[in-house]
Design a protein around this ligand. Structure first.
Ligand SMILES: NC(=O)c1ccc[n+]([C@@H]2O[C@H](COP(=O)([O-])OP(=O)(O)OC[C@H]3O[C@@H](n4cnc5c(N)ncnc54)[C@H](OP(=O)(O)O)[C@@H]3O)[C@@H](O)[C@H]2O)c1
Length: 259
């Protein structure tokens, strides 16, 4: 017999509002659905309108409440405007998931300042600014969950890490700093660390079966990641039962990092 009220006490997001950047594709899309199906009202944020509309339609078809914000997180002004727009549909978020990210892979010797700046803006500056915008309100209300999607490349060089790995290492440190600032007032901050996940971000790599197979062989589970692998971990980190888990990097990688 499943004790539904007990499970709800651990994991239910009823009454919570979540913002998921990059919620229209890949890992963010799966996380948005997981949080919505666990009871949260979810705002998905990205640039492309069609993908956003489709996501909202699909979530609503599941009986969930969802809204969308089309915005570019590539500039500080863009992030500030996006944050205000994101708080409109359902009010201030209790949960912010930073999944929007870009991975441009020029070799180090060709890595220009433009790629560096663009990478830092979306992957690191936006999560920092969104945390600064929403973290204090969460702390005042006594509940908040900041969840960042990092990467193996925060910890190791891997497939031309370049600026990307640096931005993701910064994100792991950002979670620690946010945890230090707000955990005593009910706001946790953590990162989820994927391995290689089959999403549009990896389109080019995914079309090379030999590379895909070689990456799968580096895991312990024998396969690459899927967006839905992040559903349970995201619900846990967003929910009441993870209140004593903060500042952590949680690897959801099939054992890639320990093989
Ligand atoms: N896939 C992997 O193997 C892997 C491994 C490690 C870490 N990660 C990380 O996981 C996160 C999600 O990746 P994914 O694989 O799910 O990628 P994805 O399918 O390409 O999704 C990326 C999302 O970010 C949005 N986005 C990109 N640039 C944006 C911008 N300037 N402003 C607003 N939204 C923006 C995209 O929508 P629009 O293009 O419409 O804006 C899309 O919704 C990323 O942070 C990535 O670094 C992925």
């Amino acid at each position: 017999m499943t004790d539904e009220p007990y499970l709800a006490g651990l994991f239910s997001l009823d009454g919570r509002v979540a913002l998921v950047t990059g919620g229209s594709s890949g890992i963010g899309r799966a996380v948005a659905e997981a949080l919505a199906r666990a009871g949260a009202r979810v705002v998905v944020l990205a640039r492309r309108e069609d993908e956003l509309d489709r996501t909202v339609r699909e979530l609503e078809a599941l009986g969930c409440r969802a809204a969308r914000v089309s915005a570019d997180l590539g500039s500080r002004e863009g992030v500030r405007a996006a944050a205000e727009a994101a708080a409109e549909p359902f009010g201030e978020p209790d949960i912010v998931v930073n999944s929007a990210g870009i991975n441009l892979r020029p070799p180090m010797e060709e890595l220009g300042e433009d790629v560096w700046d663009a990478t830092m803006a979306v992957n690191l500056d936006a999560p920092f600014l969104l945390g600064r915008r929403f973290g204090p309100g969460m702390a005042e209300r006594g509940y908040g969950r900041l969840i960042h999607i990092a990467s193996q490349q925060a910890f190791r060089a891997f497939v031309t890490s370049g600026a990307y790995g640096v931005s993701k290492a910064g994100l792991v440190a950002l979670a620690r700093s946010q945890a230090e600032a707000w955990s005593a007032r009910g706001v946790t901050a953590n990162t989820l660390v994927p391995g290689f996940v089959m999403t549009p971000l990896n389109e080019r790599l995914s079309t090379d079966p030999a590379r895909v197979e070689a990456l799968a062989a580096r895991t312990m589970t024998g396969r690459n990641g899927l967006p839905e692998d992040f559903a349970g971990a995201a619900v846990f980190l967003a929910g009441p039962s993870s209140g004593y888990v903060t500042g952590q990097a949680v690897f959801v990688d099939g054992g890639f990092s320990v093989h």
